[in-house]
Structure formats: C-alpha cells, structure tokens
Design a protein around this ligand. Structure first.
Ligand code: GLY
Length: 425
C-alpha cells in the first residue's frame, strides 16, 4: 500500500513537471515569417509591371568614410560601380534586370515563403517572377548562373516540378560548365577586369546547380566539374588560418597569377561574405559527395568564423579586419548565409549542436527589431543592414535581396530540423 502511494506520488510529480516544462519560445520565427510574407507580397504588387526584380535600396557614399574604413588615404574605384545615386534615387528601391547576378533571389524568397507558410498567393507570385528569368538559359557571360537559376528555378523544381523547369536548369548548367577550363581545373568567374582567369570564392555557391542537374539527368559530368572546381579553390583560395582571399586569378597553365580582393578591405583581409560563401560551399560539397575532405574543411572554416566574429549579436562587420568604430557597417547577408550553412553542417558532425546554437543566435538577432524591417518599411525588403561592396561605394548598410533569401532558407532548415511548422507557431 505504502509502495503504491509512493509510486502514485512519483507519477503525479512527473505529470506536473511535464505540464510545467516551459515550451520553447519560437515566436521570433513567426514574427520573421509574417514580416517576410507581407514584405514579399507588397513588393510583388508594386513592381509587377516593370519586368525587373528588387535588389536593394540605393545608398550613397562618403569618400572620407570609405577611406577610414579601408584605412587608406586615397582610393581607386571601378568607374562603373562608383556612381552616386541622384537625389531622387537615394533611399529608393534598386531594381535589377534578369541578367543581374542577384536576379534569382527574389523569386527564390517567394518560393521559400510559400513553402513555409502555405500561402498560395506567394506561390502565384513565385511562378510569375521565376518565369521572368527564362532568357537566362541562353546567357553565358558569368559564373553567377548558379545563383540566378538554382535559387529561382531550382526551388520551383523542388516545389512545383515540370519538364520546362528541368530543361532550363540543364541548359544553364551546360553554359556554366562551358566556363570550366581543364588545365586550370576551375570555372571562370568574371569576364570583366584585367585578370587572366579570375575565380572568386562566391563561385562555390554556383556548384549546387551542377549537383542538382547531375542528379536530375543522371549525368555525373556536372558533378565532376563541381568537385574539381571545389578542390582547386580549396588548394588556392585559403590561408593557413582558413580565411580566404576573395579573388584568385590563374595563368593558363593553372599556376596562380594573383590573389586579391574586390569587395573586401584589402587583399589580405577577410571579407565577411566571402567567409560565409566558403563555409556554405564546402558544406554543400560534403552533402553531395560524402567526401570527408570537404566536411573537415567546412568544419575548419565554420570554427574560424565563430572565432573571428566578435560582435555580441553574431552579425559580422562587413570585413573581419575593418576598423571597428561606431560607423562600421554590418553585413546581415554574411550572417544569413552563415546561419543557413551552419544548420546544415550541424547535422553532419557529432558536435553539431554548437553550430546549430550559433545559427539560432544569428537567426534570433536577424529576427529582432535591429535587423527585421517593419511591414511597409525598408522598400519591401525583409532585413536591414547588409553591405554589398564597400570599397566600390556600393550598397553600404542597406537591404540586399540575398540577405533575405538566405534568411528564409536558414529559417526553413531550422524549422525542418526542429520539427516546427508555421501552423503550430
Ligand atoms: N557575388 C558577389 C557578392 O557576394 O557580393
């Protein structure tokens, strides 16, 4: 009898403690998704007659501020990039054509927001804005084809597949492979500038298109090119501390011509978004190949990022080596790319919790008032405070469509991993 009473008491205690266990508070996810859906729809309606895509908000630049951030007395700018916005452009939405490297991100954000919320209006817009990019299948002038088509058509193929989408992806992947050079064993990034054969770290992000088309077609030559490019980049882009250069240009025999920056503080600095592209790219390479060389490398880059970013909210300054003062801009885009990568990486290693926790910290910061826009503000973009290309006076402390895209992708990965659905938030 006494024993029964004890058991009963224990049972009651367990019941009470289960009942009172605080439920994890994910209201920040709901806040982020609701804001995102509203902003994306508002933008879709406002620009639907333009046949253009939203890219950022136009900012101007102050030469003295640039010199202070770059710790240089005088600057050389690329003429094409340094134009100040006119007074009536300043603070307005910057639209871009389908041939801009960022054209896939807005349709991709619409797809993610539709997937996460189930809102069919977002799907209708996603189809419309994805279709705008159809001519990109004939474009050969950049490595950014992966960004452009995988983020738009790639998500369409996942969520509403059809033969037309698959054909666009294959044609684009063929054009991307056309930029691969066998002697150098890499895909050429840019066709502008004076470099012999420039490859930028960002190019790691274009490999997912090749991996996806390899799987869809059963033709492994796309994957082989992606893997070769990733290995060449691993061998030449990284310093002993696992930070990377932005641009490595090659001679025709595959030797290195130059190691430089284009968007970072200086050649030997660590440009924040470049480090984020790196951890994302090598995590994806491990996902697709199961080659632990890539996993071990992604872990080294992830650890470097977590060690080098010293801000309280885990949103990096635009370059890890920029002088930190009141005026130093953040780069929310680097943070959202990192969060998305680290969530995936957390599933691949035994001590993955530290990566997931770090990604959650980033996502909570981005979903707070300091970064998440209020509905109806921020020209329809979701996040504030990214930096595009500070040395070129372009897109400084402004929203960027790719910050929004990778924020939504990271939220999706986080929700999938935790088993969270929008309806239950
Ligand atoms: N791919 C160019 C950039 O990251 O700004």
């Amino acid at each position: 009898m006494k024993k029964n009473l004890v058991l009963l008491a224990l049972g009651a205690l367990t019941f009470v403690s289960c009942q009172t266990q605080p439920k994890e508070d994910y209201s920040w996810i709901k806040k982020g998704l609701d804001a995102a859906s509203a902003q994306l729809q508002l933008t879709a309606e406002e620009i639907s007659s333009t046949n253009m895509l939203p890219r950022s908000i136009r900012t101007g630049y102050d030469m003295n501020f640039l010199c202070r951030q770059l710790e240089r007395d005088s600057l050389t700018f690329k003429d094409s990039l340094r134009a100040q916005p006119t007074a009536d452009q300043l603070g307005k939405r910057r639209l871009c054509s389908v041939y801009d490297w960022t054209s896939g991100f807005y349709p991709g954000s619409l797809w993610y927001a539709y997937e996460l919320t189930g809102n069919d209006t977002l799907k209708t817009w996603a189809i419309q804005y994805t279709n705008l990019l159809n001519p990109v299948r004939y474009y050969t002038g950049t490595h950014d084809l992966g960004f452009m088509v995988n983020c738009s058509y790639g998500n369409a193929e996942r969520l509403a597949p059809n033969d037309t989408i698959a054909a666009v992806m294959k044609e684009t992947a063929d054009n991307l492979c056309g930029r691969f050079n066998d002697s150098i064993s890499a895909i050429r990034s840019w066709d502008f500038g004076t470099w012999n054969f420039p490859v930028i770290i960002d190019n790691m992000m274009n490999l997912d298109l090749l991996f996806n088309v390899a799987k869809a077609t059963g033709n492994n030559s796309y994957k082989d090119i992606a893997v070769k490019h990733a290995m060449t980049t691993m061998n030449n882009h990284f310093r002993p501390d696992y930070t990377c250069w932005h641009v490595v240009s090659y001679n025709n025999d595959g030797t290195v011509e130059k190691k430089q920056t284009f968007q970072g503080k200086n050649d030997d600095s660590s440009w924040a978004r470049g480090q984020a592209w790196a951890v994302y790219g090598y995590t994806a390479c491990y996902r697709e190949t199961q080659d632990t060389t890539f996993l071990n490398f992604a872990v080294k880059v992830a650890d470097m990022i977590m060690n080098r970013v010293k801000t309280d909210d885990a949103i990096p300054y635009w370059d890890y080596d920029a002088p930190v003062t009141e005026e130093t801009p953040r780069d929310a885009s680097a943070a959202s790319v990192t969060a998305s990568a680290l969530i995936e990486l957390s599933t691949m290693v035994p001590d993955g919790k530290k990566y997931l926790d770090y990604a959650e910290k980033i996502l909570k910061s981005l979903s707070g008032d300091a970064y998440l826009a209020k509905v109806g503000e921020n020209q329809g973009f979701i996040l504030m405070h990214s930096t595009g290309s500070l040395p070129n006076g372009s897109e400084i402390d402004t929203p960027l469509n790719y910050a929004d895209y990778y924020y939504l992708e990271a939220l999706k990965r986080f929700m999938d991993l935790k088993g969270i659905s929008y309806k239950n938030l």
